[in-house]
Design a protein around this ligand. Sequence first.
Ligand SMILES: [Zn+2]
Length: 669
Amino acid sequence: MRRRAFDPLIGAAVVTVLLLGACRQPARPRPQRSIVLVTIDTLRADHVSPRLMPALDALGHQAVFFEQAITVAPLTLPAHASLLTGLYPPRHRVRDNQMFALPGDVPTYASLLKRHGYATGAFVSAVVLSHRYGLNRGFDVYDDDMPDGGAERSSRATTDLVLAELQRPAAGPRFLWVHYYDPHAPYTPPEPFASRYRSAPYLGEIAAMDEQLGRLVEAFERGAGGPSAIIIAADHGEGLGDHGEPQHGNLLYQSTVHVPLLLVGPGVAPGTSDTPVSTRHVFHTILDWAGLGATDSLRADRKEIVLGEAMKPFLDYGWQPQTMAIDGPQKVIHAGTTDEVYDVRADPGETRDLATSAALSRPLRDALRDYPVPSLQAARVPDAVGEEEKRKLASLGYVGAGTAPVVRAEAPRPASMTALFDPLERASFLFVSERYADAVPLLQKILIADPHNLDAVLRLATAHGALGRAAQADQLFERAAMLAPGSADVRMYRALHDARTPNWPRAVPQLEQVIAESPERVPALEALATLRERQGRPAEAAALWRRVYALRPASAAELARLGEIEMAAAHTEAALEAFEKARALQGPRFTHDLELGVLYLDAQRLQEARSALDRVPPSHPAYAMVLFKRAQVAVLLHEADAAQRIGAARRQAYATTRPLIARERLFAR
Ligand SMILES: [Zn+2]
């Protein structure tokens, strides 16, 4: 029986049934089994082979392979959000990496399993799946700590952590999600795979990861202590140049949407299935295996129209939104007014477009027509990502635009813009890395081919501004304002630019307006805080910096600077707090012990004042002040050597401390 392919209510209905069932039947008679889900980033379905992946192949003898598994979107975060929730992206509302987070009201398998007694753990291997994007909900452990503050973690390092976790006792059956990232660009396999795959490092990454997959599966089966279940899926494939796409995320061809998917476990008959299935049913399969009675499990043979989307070019550049639908061998890619139609069984490379001759079924046309395009404003949280995080994401090639684009009916199809994929990524990377001179020619090239690209106009304007070319910058900001009248992004970029020029006073009211409209725009808060300092209004500057650091973590140097500003504003307690946080982070590299001593003395916390002043080295340029303050503390604490300390302060006094010492009543006795 075929049911309607895209019914946004179905996901919610399944979960409601589950929750009701859970209420009526709190005790479950049959033993719950441990389950592991391994997601492999960027593994192309047609690259899975016994030679390249012997560990996967060994597992395959007990597995069912889905030979036509299709991801919901060729992007890491939306694809994983669907695995976790069973929903297509319009329902879970995560349509792109980085600028969306999973809303708190969408149930996930982790939250459902945890409620039913599972010990839940997740180990992810790249910052693109950081807990900040909301996939951590329902996991007892969500390990997203990248080594050395980097952007990714090798499968070996992740596997080591999982194996250590398996050594610990668990309160119930385990559910583990392990995410491997190695095959994602940049392709830098470890030895011996680097040498073995010198001319094909992508394959080297896959082979290295497979070795770790073998270690993981073996340890999991050994440690599960009973029947276990394993699901392995990729989040998307990799273009490798097919259809003009080097990596993934911009187009909907099989190279990036067709993925490996296999199940091993009780009730699974080994073999293959060539029915097209969506990877979102991993959610239902996990609940089914956990005994939570979900429908739509992959363990049952099922047919449906499989859907997918690629919204990144729309959300970033305003190009046509792209959707696809697969019904048996027939696949339709829809963008703007154009449909491409392929027979993916006879022509898996999608070389022959059948659009002029093929007849599309009614359900297929309906499914495409009803597929919701995202709103450009919905759930867009670009500024939740700090500059440091943006640089890390950029190092992995995640360099999405920061600006809501100009949407227009005559926008180009992404498939006709492939010549820009490389320049766009490269220009974004250079811009985020503040290599403005290198970014300028690429941005100019992009604007010739795509003159409505608002993000490129704003970046080019900002780059010219940073390079001191005010006239060019102004001209481009005018162009941006004409392209997108009323755009908050244009106002913000222009204000940020003005803030860096001699015209900075005119940026103040603009920034105030931007912050009034969007109180969490970190770059605007930072810029206004800096201008408040310049205006000699430290109390307002400090309040703004505190808002910034509530939205993103502060570095030690930033905390020390905040301490100075709080001090200038006569906020003794706030200054002490900021300096002490900086000291905790910096240890012996902390250079504000004199300030701490002064503040503690001011707060009558004499013991702490003494400790802080005693930590200041004699090489400090204001050591005469240290001697003066230390003598005051000595008198107040009735120290035996107070008189000597007063003498030392007098002998080594300089212009600033001499009158203070002369006037100091504590020294008069
Ligand atoms: Zn991915």
